[in-house]
Design a protein around this ligand. Sequence first.
Ligand code: SF4
Length: 261
Amino acid sequence: MNETDTLIELLEKKAKLTAMVAPSFPIIFGYPTIITMLKKLGFTYTVEVASGAKKTNEQLLKLLQENPNSRYITSPCPTVVRMIRKQMPRYEKYLTKNVDSPMVATAKIVREKFPGVRPVFIGPCIVKKLEATEDFPELEILVVTYNELNQVFKHFSITEETNPYDKFDISEPGLTRLYPIDGGLSHSSGLTKSFTQGEVQIVSNWNNCQEAIKNFETNTKVRLLDILFCDGGCIGGPGITSPLSREERIEKVKTYANQSS
Ligand code: SF4
Protein backbone atom coordinates (compact mmCIF):
# COMPACT_ATOMS: atom_id res chain seq x y z
CA MET A 1 0.00 0.00 0.00
CA ASN A 2 1.40 3.44 -0.87
CA GLU A 3 1.35 6.40 1.50
CA THR A 4 -1.67 8.04 -0.15
CA ASP A 5 -3.77 4.90 0.39
CA THR A 6 -2.43 4.54 3.92
CA LEU A 7 -3.48 8.10 4.75
CA ILE A 8 -6.93 7.55 3.20
CA GLU A 9 -7.35 4.38 5.25
CA LEU A 10 -6.25 6.10 8.48
CA LEU A 11 -8.66 8.99 7.87
CA GLU A 12 -11.51 6.58 7.12
CA LYS A 13 -10.77 4.79 10.40
CA LYS A 14 -10.83 8.19 12.17
CA ALA A 15 -7.27 7.64 13.45
CA LYS A 16 -5.76 10.45 15.51
CA LEU A 17 -3.30 12.27 13.28
CA THR A 18 -1.14 15.39 13.43
CA ALA A 19 -0.38 17.15 10.15
CA MET A 20 3.21 18.42 10.17
CA VAL A 21 3.21 20.98 7.39
CA ALA A 22 6.52 21.84 5.73
CA PRO A 23 7.39 25.53 5.33
CA SER A 24 7.18 25.37 1.51
CA PHE A 25 3.38 24.95 1.73
CA PRO A 26 2.58 28.58 0.68
CA ILE A 27 3.74 27.66 -2.86
CA ILE A 28 0.70 25.38 -3.16
CA PHE A 29 -1.81 26.32 -0.45
CA GLY A 30 -3.12 29.49 1.12
CA TYR A 31 -3.03 30.22 4.84
CA PRO A 32 -5.13 29.42 6.82
CA THR A 33 -6.92 27.57 4.00
CA ILE A 34 -4.54 24.61 4.38
CA ILE A 35 -5.49 24.28 8.07
CA THR A 36 -9.23 24.49 7.40
CA MET A 37 -8.92 21.79 4.73
CA LEU A 38 -6.76 19.50 6.90
CA LYS A 39 -9.27 19.82 9.74
CA LYS A 40 -12.10 18.97 7.35
CA LEU A 41 -10.16 15.88 6.33
CA GLY A 42 -10.09 14.82 9.98
CA PHE A 43 -6.63 15.78 11.26
CA THR A 44 -6.66 16.27 15.03
CA TYR A 45 -3.77 18.75 15.12
CA THR A 46 -1.78 20.83 12.64
CA VAL A 47 1.77 22.02 13.30
CA GLU A 48 4.45 23.88 11.41
CA VAL A 49 7.63 22.00 10.56
CA ALA A 50 9.34 25.36 11.03
CA SER A 51 9.05 24.58 14.78
CA GLY A 52 11.26 21.52 14.33
CA ALA A 53 13.63 23.55 12.18
CA LYS A 54 14.20 25.77 15.21
CA LYS A 55 15.37 22.69 17.14
CA THR A 56 17.57 21.70 14.19
CA ASN A 57 19.25 25.09 14.37
CA GLU A 58 19.74 24.84 18.14
CA GLN A 59 21.32 21.38 17.83
CA LEU A 60 23.58 22.53 14.99
CA LEU A 61 24.75 25.64 16.84
CA LYS A 62 25.53 23.53 19.91
CA LEU A 63 27.52 21.07 17.79
CA LEU A 64 29.53 23.88 16.20
CA GLN A 65 30.16 25.50 19.55
CA GLU A 66 31.32 22.26 21.18
CA ASN A 67 33.56 21.36 18.24
CA PRO A 68 35.19 24.64 17.18
CA ASN A 69 37.82 22.89 15.08
CA SER A 70 35.47 20.59 13.21
CA ARG A 71 33.91 21.11 9.79
CA TYR A 72 30.48 19.89 8.77
CA ILE A 73 28.13 19.08 5.89
CA THR A 74 24.48 19.69 6.82
CA SER A 75 22.16 16.68 6.98
CA PRO A 76 18.49 17.81 6.75
CA CYS A 77 18.32 16.74 3.08
CA PRO A 78 17.90 12.93 2.98
CA THR A 79 18.92 12.76 -0.68
CA VAL A 80 22.29 14.35 0.04
CA VAL A 81 22.71 12.08 3.07
CA ARG A 82 21.97 9.01 0.93
CA MET A 83 24.22 10.19 -1.88
CA ILE A 84 27.09 10.52 0.58
CA ARG A 85 26.35 7.21 2.32
CA LYS A 86 26.09 5.23 -0.91
CA GLN A 87 28.35 6.95 -3.41
CA MET A 88 30.81 9.01 -1.35
CA PRO A 89 31.18 7.24 2.02
CA ARG A 90 34.52 8.86 2.83
CA TYR A 91 32.62 12.13 3.40
CA GLU A 92 30.14 10.60 5.84
CA LYS A 93 32.28 11.69 8.78
CA TYR A 94 31.46 15.32 7.97
CA LEU A 95 27.67 14.94 8.22
CA THR A 96 26.09 16.66 11.21
CA LYS A 97 25.25 13.57 13.22
CA ASN A 98 22.80 13.97 16.10
CA VAL A 99 21.29 17.03 14.44
CA ASP A 100 17.69 16.12 13.63
CA SER A 101 16.16 17.21 10.36
CA PRO A 102 13.20 19.59 10.77
CA MET A 103 10.81 16.72 9.98
CA VAL A 104 12.30 14.45 12.65
CA ALA A 105 12.63 17.23 15.22
CA THR A 106 8.97 18.17 14.63
CA ALA A 107 7.86 14.54 14.96
CA LYS A 108 9.66 14.33 18.32
CA ILE A 109 7.85 17.48 19.50
CA VAL A 110 4.52 16.05 18.28
CA ARG A 111 5.13 12.66 19.96
CA GLU A 112 5.84 14.45 23.25
CA LYS A 113 3.01 17.01 23.09
CA PHE A 114 0.31 14.82 21.63
CA PRO A 115 0.90 11.25 22.87
CA GLY A 116 -0.80 8.56 20.81
CA VAL A 117 -1.33 10.87 17.82
CA ARG A 118 0.53 9.78 14.68
CA PRO A 119 2.65 12.40 12.90
CA VAL A 120 2.03 12.85 9.18
CA PHE A 121 4.64 14.91 7.33
CA ILE A 122 3.24 16.91 4.41
CA GLY A 123 5.88 18.40 2.16
CA PRO A 124 7.71 18.62 -1.15
CA CYS A 125 10.02 15.62 -0.73
CA ILE A 126 9.75 11.97 -1.75
CA VAL A 127 13.02 10.88 -0.14
CA LYS A 128 11.72 11.94 3.29
CA LYS A 129 9.72 8.68 3.03
CA LEU A 130 13.02 6.78 3.27
CA GLU A 131 14.33 9.01 6.05
CA ALA A 132 11.17 8.25 8.05
CA THR A 133 11.07 4.48 7.47
CA GLU A 134 14.80 3.66 7.36
CA ASP A 135 16.35 6.12 9.82
CA PHE A 136 13.54 6.80 12.35
CA PRO A 137 11.03 3.90 12.19
CA GLU A 138 10.26 4.30 15.89
CA LEU A 139 8.59 7.68 15.24
CA GLU A 140 6.15 6.09 12.74
CA ILE A 141 6.03 9.21 10.59
CA LEU A 142 3.80 8.88 7.54
CA VAL A 143 5.18 11.01 4.70
CA VAL A 144 3.01 12.39 1.92
CA THR A 145 3.83 15.02 -0.68
CA TYR A 146 1.67 18.02 -1.52
CA ASN A 147 0.73 16.22 -4.75
CA GLU A 148 -0.41 13.20 -2.74
CA LEU A 149 -2.29 15.38 -0.26
CA ASN A 150 -4.21 16.89 -3.15
CA GLN A 151 -5.20 13.35 -4.21
CA VAL A 152 -6.47 12.73 -0.68
CA PHE A 153 -8.45 15.99 -0.73
CA LYS A 154 -9.95 14.86 -4.03
CA HIS A 155 -10.78 11.41 -2.66
CA PHE A 156 -12.77 12.94 0.20
CA SER A 157 -14.22 15.72 -2.02
CA ILE A 158 -12.64 18.44 0.12
CA THR A 159 -12.64 21.67 -1.81
CA GLU A 160 -10.93 24.95 -0.99
CA GLU A 161 -12.42 26.55 2.08
CA THR A 162 -11.07 29.03 4.61
CA ASN A 163 -12.03 29.61 8.20
CA PRO A 164 -10.15 32.85 9.00
CA TYR A 165 -9.93 31.84 12.68
CA ASP A 166 -7.99 28.64 12.00
CA LYS A 167 -4.43 28.56 13.31
CA PHE A 168 -1.67 25.96 13.60
CA ASP A 169 -1.70 24.19 17.00
CA ILE A 170 2.05 24.70 17.03
CA SER A 171 3.01 27.78 15.09
CA GLU A 172 6.53 29.07 14.50
CA PRO A 173 6.61 32.66 13.28
CA GLY A 174 10.14 33.62 12.34
CA LEU A 175 13.08 32.92 10.14
CA THR A 176 12.87 29.11 10.10
CA ARG A 177 9.91 29.51 7.77
CA LEU A 178 12.62 30.32 5.20
CA TYR A 179 14.17 26.84 5.47
CA PRO A 180 12.95 25.60 2.07
CA ILE A 181 14.89 28.32 0.25
CA ASP A 182 18.55 27.39 -0.25
CA GLY A 183 20.63 28.88 2.55
CA GLY A 184 17.57 28.98 4.82
CA LEU A 185 19.36 26.94 7.48
CA SER A 186 22.43 29.18 7.57
CA HIS A 187 20.44 32.42 7.50
CA SER A 188 17.82 31.41 10.08
CA SER A 189 20.44 30.07 12.51
CA GLY A 190 22.44 33.30 12.23
CA LEU A 191 25.51 31.49 10.90
CA THR A 192 25.87 33.68 7.83
CA LYS A 193 26.25 36.61 10.24
CA SER A 194 28.38 34.98 12.93
CA PHE A 195 30.81 33.21 10.59
CA THR A 196 33.25 35.15 8.47
CA GLN A 197 32.77 35.24 4.72
CA GLY A 198 33.66 31.94 3.10
CA GLU A 199 33.15 29.88 6.26
CA VAL A 200 29.61 28.97 5.15
CA GLN A 201 29.06 27.63 1.65
CA ILE A 202 25.48 27.41 0.37
CA VAL A 203 24.80 24.94 -2.45
CA SER A 204 21.66 23.60 -4.13
CA ASN A 205 20.81 21.73 -7.34
CA TRP A 206 21.84 18.12 -8.01
CA ASN A 207 24.34 19.27 -10.66
CA ASN A 208 26.37 21.10 -8.02
CA CYS A 209 26.16 18.72 -5.07
CA GLN A 210 28.82 16.12 -5.89
CA GLU A 211 31.44 18.69 -6.79
CA ALA A 212 30.73 20.79 -3.69
CA ILE A 213 31.09 17.72 -1.47
CA LYS A 214 34.34 16.69 -3.16
CA ASN A 215 35.75 20.22 -2.88
CA PHE A 216 34.78 20.42 0.79
CA GLU A 217 37.73 18.23 1.78
CA THR A 218 40.31 20.52 0.21
CA ASN A 219 38.56 23.86 0.69
CA THR A 220 39.29 23.91 4.42
CA LYS A 221 38.16 27.51 4.85
CA VAL A 222 34.56 26.26 4.67
CA ARG A 223 33.33 25.25 8.13
CA LEU A 224 29.79 24.45 7.09
CA LEU A 225 28.53 23.21 3.74
CA ASP A 226 24.79 24.01 3.74
CA ILE A 227 23.57 21.75 0.98
CA LEU A 228 20.22 20.80 -0.55
CA PHE A 229 19.72 18.49 -3.53
CA CYS A 230 16.86 20.24 -5.35
CA ASP A 231 17.22 23.38 -7.41
CA GLY A 232 16.84 26.39 -5.15
CA GLY A 233 16.28 24.10 -2.15
CA CYS A 234 13.05 22.35 -1.13
CA ILE A 235 11.03 24.94 -3.09
CA GLY A 236 12.12 22.88 -6.11
CA GLY A 237 11.15 19.53 -4.56
CA PRO A 238 9.52 16.79 -6.67
CA GLY A 239 6.35 16.68 -4.55
CA ILE A 240 5.37 20.16 -5.72
CA THR A 241 3.39 20.73 -8.92
CA SER A 242 3.23 24.44 -9.59
CA PRO A 243 3.50 26.76 -12.58
CA LEU A 244 5.30 29.31 -10.39
CA SER A 245 8.86 30.29 -11.25
CA ARG A 246 11.67 29.94 -8.71
CA GLU A 247 11.42 33.67 -7.87
CA GLU A 248 7.65 33.46 -7.44
CA ARG A 249 8.01 30.46 -5.14
CA ILE A 250 10.58 32.33 -3.03
CA GLU A 251 8.21 35.28 -2.84
CA LYS A 252 5.34 33.08 -1.60
CA VAL A 253 7.51 31.54 1.14
CA LYS A 254 8.90 34.93 2.19
CA THR A 255 5.49 36.59 2.27
CA TYR A 256 4.17 33.93 4.63
CA ALA A 257 7.38 34.06 6.71
CA ASN A 258 6.82 37.77 7.27
CA GLN A 259 3.46 37.16 8.91
CA SER A 260 3.46 37.52 12.66
CA SER A 261 1.21 34.58 13.46
S1 SF4 B 1 16.18 19.61 -1.25
FE1 SF4 B 1 14.80 18.21 -2.35
S2 SF4 B 1 15.51 16.16 -1.80
FE2 SF4 B 1 16.40 17.58 -0.32
S3 SF4 B 1 14.94 17.63 1.42
FE3 SF4 B 1 14.38 19.30 0.04
S4 SF4 B 1 12.82 18.44 -1.31
FE4 SF4 B 1 13.88 16.70 -0.34
